[in-house]
Design a protein around this ligand. Structure first.
Ligand code: NAP
Length: 251
């Protein structure tokens, strides 16, 4: 896809991988809608894009992805504003420590609702907005935890395994409909973002300790570069899943 002049929607664009994907799309001349709850952070990303030297532009849209009606409204707002929808990056997500032994079911629900349910709702709404002639591209930011279950991260891994399943489910549906649209999961290992602060209740020292075990983890820009590679592949190339990790990461 030639991204110049296209319109993309990025969920979780207020920080980390989502913000990096939004900036990367804008540098290619794409118009980008930025969805998340923290409006000040969305505005900061939008200002950065406006100040950049690319042709791209950004529209911040406050949206709590746990509210299904709000997702549909946000995608409609984006479509009306840019006049088209070509790309959806389902990036928003979170990990929480929540075992099955005595685990807090509110934590299971929080992960499930954002990582899986909201991703499916946003996907359904975006598919209805893609041009029937040109199609579009859905990018699901999954995780290596969609491919293995790390000790202590079981429920998060369950949600990312579900993302793997729905990514393949959508590919099969698109084939059955002879659609030109494509779907891709990107499954990173450790990336330096606020993810580990959220995981550890805002404890920055603990988050830094996790990432500090490595000399150099992935950056959000590394993941965004992979997203661009996937989106810009020729029409006949459908990349289904990309597993990427810091070279020194074991599993
Ligand atoms: N960092 C890693 O090592 C890593 C590895 C593999 C996969 N991933 C995946 O990468 C994706 C992005 O995470 P990240 O690493 O960039 O972490 P992050 O910096 O914590 O970003 C998470 C984003 O999700 C948004 N979000 C969370 N709950 C939301 C809700 N209810 N409604 C709307 N937005 C919500 C947050 O925005 P607000 O708080 O402003 O709403 C934020 O923008 C996630 O799917 C994560 O599972 C991360």
């Amino acid at each position: 896809m030639d991204l110049a002049g296209k319109a993309a929607i990025v969920t979780g664009a207020s920080s980390g991988i989502g913000a990096a994907c939004a900036r990367a799309l804008a540098r290619r001349g794409c118009r980008v809608s930025l969805l998340a709850r923290r409006e000040d952070r969305l505005r900061a990303v939008a200002d950065e894009i406006a100040a950049g030297d690319g042709e791209g532009a950004a529209l911040p849209i406050r949206c709590d992805l746990r509210d299904e009606a709000a997702i549909a409204a946000a995608l409609e707002t984006s479509h009306a504003h840019w006049g088209r929808t070509d790309v959806l990056v389902n990036n928003a997500g979170l990990g929480r420590s929540a075992p099955l032994h005595g685990g807090d079911s509110a934590e299971w629900r929080a992960m499930w609702e954002v990582n899986v349910h909201a991703l499916c709702v946003a996907t359904r709404e975006a598919l209805a907005l893609f041009s029937p002639d040109d199609g579009g591209h859905i990018i699901n930011i999954s995780s290596l935890s969609g491919h293995r279950v790390p000790p202590g991260g079981g429920f998060y891994a369950a949600t990312k395994h579900a993302v793997k399943a729905v990514t393949e489910m959508l590919r099969l549906e698109l084939r059955a409909r002879e659609s030109r649209s494509r779907v891709t999961a990107i499954s990173p290992g450790f990336v330096e973002t606020e993810f580990f602060e959220v995981l550890h209740d805002g404890d920055r020292a603990r988050a830094a300790e996790v990432l500090g075990r490595f000399e150099k983890v992935l950056s959000a820009d590394d993941v965004a570069a992979t997203m661009l590679h996937v989106l810009e592949a020729p029409d006949h190339v459908s990349i289904s899943d990309v597993l990427m990790r810091p070279t020194e990461q074991q599993s």
